[in-house]
Write a protein that binds this ligand. Structure first.
Ligand code: GLU
Length: 297
């Protein structure tokens, strides 16, 4: 059976699109079109405290103004709790997910002792909760790798950045699947939904590159396929900082078709598409994208 290219753009509705998120949206749309494939939009609203009311519809409107229209109904992660619960149960049944009682403070304190970098979970609760109440659920990375015969070093290929590798167990540790506040972790939600939507190609911002090895381990644990990945260049602010809604990146003004075309022009420039006379159209950008990725993988 030949694979049907299916790509996606997966914004978190924490605010309007900014210049950086439009780059990811445009690139994922261009790549899907260049492959004659499908393009889906998924609203990643699992982290409900960070979501802004109405931002989902506003983002969809911004995409429409730019001519980036999904081929199927938009999927909302807030409606996917059942699928995440059964994925976690699958992992628990296999003995690959365990409850964790550690508070953030305790994890930080353990790291000071072991001199690990701040993000690494030292595996404190892997062998039991020591009578404390469960808070979060974590993936036992080493158990998954050992039982599936996977190497500790996860190798993968990025279509723009080339070969990548990460030792998830050592560089990240047993990562969270369900948070202490009961919310689903991004890693679990994204892996379950990419598979449920039949995503074959993930095209997203380079700020997410570091999550990919974790997602590949989790896909293996759940018996799900691994898509191909391409991480797009980041848009930097005037002081070289990464643009994000958290650091106050300015929402794009896409009120008019002219403004949308100008924003697309800038996004196309970030993607390294050869200079096009402004305003560009998505069709012109598509021709250039196809030329740049002659034999897209
Ligand atoms: N929801 C994530 C974001 O807005 C993107 C996740 C992904 O593309 O895997 O940064």
């Amino acid at each position: 059976m030949t694979e049907v290219y299916t790509g996606r753009f997966a914004p978190s509705p924490t605010g309007l699109l900014h210049a950086g998120s439009l780059v990811a949206a445009l690139a994922s749309w261009l790549d899907a079109r260049a492959h004659g494939g499908h393009w889906r939009v998924r609203i990643e609203d699992v982290d409900s405290p960070r979501c802004v009311d109405g931002a989902d519809l506003a983002i969809l409107q911004q995409l429409t103004t730019c001519g980036l229209v999904p081929d199927a109904a938009v999927l909302y992660q807030s409606q996917r709790g059942g699928a995440y619960t059964s994925a976690l149960q699958t992992l628990v049944d296999k003995g690959w997910a365990y409850p964790c009682a550690c508070s953030r403070k305790e994890i930080e304190a353990a790291q000071t002792v072991t001199r690990h970098s701040a993000a690494i979970y030292p595996g404190t609760c892997r062998d039991g909760l020591r009578g404390k109440p469960a808070r979060a659920w974590r993936l036992n990375v080493q158990a998954v790798q050992a039982e599936l015969g996977l190497p500790a070093l996860t190798h993968w290929f990025d279509r723009r950045l080339g070969p990548q590798e990460q030792n998830v167990g050592q560089e990240v540790g047993d990562f969270v699947l369900r948070r202490a506040d009961g919310l689903w972790a991004y890693q679990l939600a994204v892996v379950v939904d990419d598979a449920a939507q039949g995503i074959t190609h993930v095209v997203r911002g380079e700020d997410l590159v570091d999550n990919t090895a974790r997602q590949i381990v989790l896909q293996a644990a759940l018996g799900l396929p691994t898509p191909r990945y391409l991480h797009t260049p980041l848009v930097l602010g005037t002081h070289g900082e990464k643009l994000s809604k958290q650091n106050g990146a300015i929402a794009l003004n896409l009120q008019t078709p002219q403004a949308a075309l100008a924003a697309l022009q800038s996004a196309a420039r970030v993607l390294g598409l050869p200079a096009l006379p402004a305003p560009i159209t998505t069709t012109q950008a598509l021709e250039k994208w196809v030329a740049m990725h002659q034999s897209p993988r």
